[in-house]
Design a protein around this ligand. Sequence first.
Ligand code: HEC
Length: 152
Amino acid sequence: MSPRLLSRVVPLLVLAGLSLGHGGTNSEGGSGGCGGGGSDAHGGDEEHPKASGAACPEEGGPTAESFGRAFLETHCLPCHSASVTGAARAGAPVGVDFDTPGAVRLWARLIDAHTAAGPDAVNSEMPPLSSLPAPSLDERLMLGQWLACGAP
Ligand code: HEC
């Protein structure tokens, strides 16, 4: 994450230096897009859903039975289930539910981009901070693989 941020900030600083001559002032460059866990869930102007780039392991990946169902039940369904309504959804958009294999496949790309980890990204926008336990990095990696395999 930080190399990317750096590559954005450094040219900015260089530019600022050029135009201000001796700028010495610490221009408080801040506002670096998707900084890690600020105070507010969605500070950024731009969302950054990014595919994790996870691949389905040749020797076979996780299945709903071995991983997916329990993962979703623990980490997502408390908000993203058709059987959860009103305030109990804690803001999860109505209809964004992962109760069935079909629904998981329908939302697979967004689930990956919000929650899964892989060679291209470690996505941790979902689940939001709450009283629920946060998924571990291992779980995020497995989620990426499971989705890449087609969520069997
Ligand atoms: C505590 C409640 C809660 C939990 C648990 C939760 N979400 Fe969400 N989810 C939200 C809210 C609120 C939004 C809408 C705001 C947002 O997109 O940040 C949302 C939106 C989404 C969206 C839609 C984003 C879009 O661009 O339309 C996806 C996909 C998603 N969540 C996936 C997940 C996954 C996968 C999990 C489990 C790992 C999860 N969520 C767990 C509350 C929750």
